[in-house]
Design a protein around this ligand. Sequence first.
Ligand code: PHB
Length: 393
Amino acid sequence: MGSHAAPQYVPSETRLFKPLKVGNVTLEHRIAMAPLTRLRSDDNHVPLPLMEKYYADRGCVPGTLVISEATAIAHEEEGQRSNPGFVSEAQTEAWRKIISAVHANKSFFFQQIWGMGRASDPKHLAERGFPYRSSSNVPMKGIDVEPTALTEEEILQIIQSFVDTAKRVVAAGGDGVEIHSAHGYLLDQFLTAGVNKRTDKWGGSIENRARLTLAVLKATSEAIGAEKVAVRFSPYAGFQGSEKSDSVELYSYIISEIKKMGLKLAYISLVEATGDPGAIVRGDKAINVGKTLDFILEAWENRSPVMVAGAYTPESAAKAVEEHYKHWDVIVAFGRHFISNPDLVFRVKNGIPLAPYNRATFYLLKQWEGYNDYPFSPEFLAAHPEAVHPMTE
Ligand code: PHB
């Protein structure tokens, strides 16, 4: 295709801008803000006030689904400096303010919640008196410490921590939770055969490896309602040892069990092969390129929306919802572009070019820089001065 070829789709005229019901809320369009690690919490893993502006601004177009960065379900899972938790009163109050700021812009908020397991920094855990744990004792590449395998009692505690956190999120006003079961973090450390070497009912067969994720989905759904629970999987990722040779069998089984339990989840979030943080963040070799998520969408039968992520542009997202995913209600998540474009949805809708992001400032601990200093477009400011969160530096 020559460089002068006209774009095939005008995004604002595609299904991207068709409203969609997700759980109890109705989105005005199908562009979501992806969960993104940003490390702007304090030393007690409490969100800093600057996060209110960041999230509120990204929900500046009413009816946008904003998903939080991954947030710990227990202090033991706060495995990295300045990553947030949703456990203490101070953490809960900080998130309550963030959630109200997003709601004030008439957008919606799902909290992504996780355990980090062996993807934690063992030194950070040790400093706080916590053990370094995983499904079994298989070390993480590049980390010189062997994790201990969770005991059965600790596994049950993990399930309870997901439930308790989901309840705190809803009590703080959140529209739902997204259970993180992807990318080599704790739940995925149970799913992946190369990481989970357990010989009890939590390891070995697909049925056993899937048991914890399914138990978490069931228990949180019973606690807050399945329509407020979502889940994220990365069937094709290699990040942090998450590569799987049995993805089709594993995720087909998981979907069939979710259906059997009758859980009409808010949405299922799936990372495409092109979204592997191993390749994107760490510069690893891209794997599984070309493999599609279709077997999961086919199995799920549109019971609720599916979110896809993986280096989409406005044009490729428009094409995806019109072509590849035309039979399904698909939401497209944007990550990096949302970092540098607080008014991303407005820009896509109005054909305004996106501002480039600066990877070097993605993870500047606690800093305003690289976080709240990406401006709105002049067009957005002219149209909606009232939508902008008032905080200035
Ligand atoms: C990261 O912090 O790099 C990260 C966190 C969660 C993901 C992927 C990457 O799902």
